[in-house]
Design a protein around this ligand. Structure first.
Ligand SMILES: Cc1cc2nc3c(=O)[nH]c(=O)nc-3n(C[C@H](O)[C@H](O)[C@H](O)COP(=O)(O)OP(=O)(O)OC[C@H]3O[C@@H](n4cnc5c(N)ncnc54)[C@H](O)[C@@H]3O)c2cc1C
Length: 305
């Protein structure tokens, strides 16, 4: 079995997500080849073939030109899977490729089961299993779902691709840094986050009180933000901020993939949940099985003393 992994670079630097693609490939037990539009100075460490196109020549974000290059590599490698991360780059490029090759595309895979692919549905409250009707298949994987392979220390066998003058209907103009409004959680050493388990908006001060007692910031899951209880600058996760504080306290949070992908790099994780089987327990360093509305006020008052 063979995978073609579509790695990503940003402004000359390889993105760590390349190792998530490798983890997925390892999980399949497949042999991997990789494609990257990037820079020779920032290559992935893996033992395999890397097709490298120079970002300066091709344009770092030019899906039309990148598709043309990948189509050539597909002919040479004949992979069973063409694998993207479910990122802005992946969800733009993957369907173009699937359409050009007339292949099935399976998007946002969170797990592999019995030869099929598990995808989130119903706002990630449920999962469904799908089987593609074509082989090869184009897939995108959910960030954080398969972990990251350890950089192997090995150098890939690089095959440089000629990428100048490729026909394209789009022009890459440049990146614009989004203006950060409100809270910058990425700089916080301590984050205490509220999840749906807090029950109602009126209970938010209980969680904010613990954040204050620990000298930290208040984070939240998406349902809290969607309900309008806090603004989006508090949201942690794939569609919020990716944080790595020294201490992360998850209060009434189940531990969905989309939330965990945003906080799993925290140095130390404390989770408080009344369900002993909540998935957050599997990544917590300390898992307190308790009612958050009873436990947190006691903890806060002890800390204040
Ligand atoms: C495309 C997409 C992007 C997404 N992006 C994000 C994102 O960036 N960030 C994010 O957070 N989510 C995101 N989500 C939503 C995500 O899938 C989950 O729905 C969400 O993270 C769940 O939030 P939660 O843990 O607060 O709620 P729930 O999953 O409802 O969990 C609540 C938890 O609280 C516990 N609980 C209930 N009462 C108590 C109590 N009294 N004491 C203690 N525990 C209690 C329950 O046991 C449960 O485990 C995204 C979803 C999609 C589809």
């Amino acid at each position: 079995m063979k995978t073609l992994l579509i790695a990503e670079g940003r402004q000359g630097k390889l993105l760590d997500s390349s190792y998530e693609l490798l983890a997925f490939s390892n999980r399949l037990g497949a042999e991997a080849a990789m494609f990257l539009v990037g820079d020779e100075a920032s290559l992935p460490q893996f033992d395999g073939r890397l097709y490298l196109a120079d970002a300066a020549a091709v344009g770092e974000y030019n899906p039309d030109a990148h598709k043309t290059l990948i189509l050539e590599i597909v002919k040479r490698e004949n992979p069973d899977f063409i694998v993207f991360l479910h990122s802005a780059y992946g969800w733009d490029l993957a369907p173009r490729l699937a359409a050009a090759l007339k292949l099935a595309q399976v998007s946002e895979i969170v797990d592999l089961v019995d030869g099929g692919y598990e995808l989130s549905c119903c706002n990630a409250k449920m999962r469904r299993t799908v089987l593609p009707k074509t082989s090869p298949v184009v897939v995108t994987i959910q960030s954080g779902a398969f972990g990251a392979a350890k950089p192997a220390g090995a150098k890939p066998q690089v095959e440089k691709l000629e990428g100048t003058g490729l026909p394209s209907r789009v022009e890459f103009v440049g990146y614009e840094t989004a203006q950060k409004q409100g809270l910058d959680l990425t700089r916080a050493d301590v984050i205490v986050s509220a999840g749906r388990g807090i029950g109602k908006k009126e209970n938010l001060p209980i969680i904010a009180g613990l954040a204050k007692a620990l000298g930290g910031e208040l984070g939240a899951t998406r349902p809290i933000v969607d309900a309008g209880w806090l603004d989006h600058s508090h949201q942690v996760g794939t569609t919020g901020q990716i944080v790595h504080p020294k201490l992360y306290v998850a209060c009434g949070i189940s531990g969905s993939i989309q939330h965990v992908a945003g906080m799993k790099q925290s140095d130390f994780i404390v989770a408080i949940n009344k369900d002993k089987d909540a998935p957050i327990g599997t990544i917590a360093d300390i898992f307190v099985v308790a009612d958050v509305l009873q436990f947190v006020p006691v903890l806060t008052s002890r800390l204040e003393k």
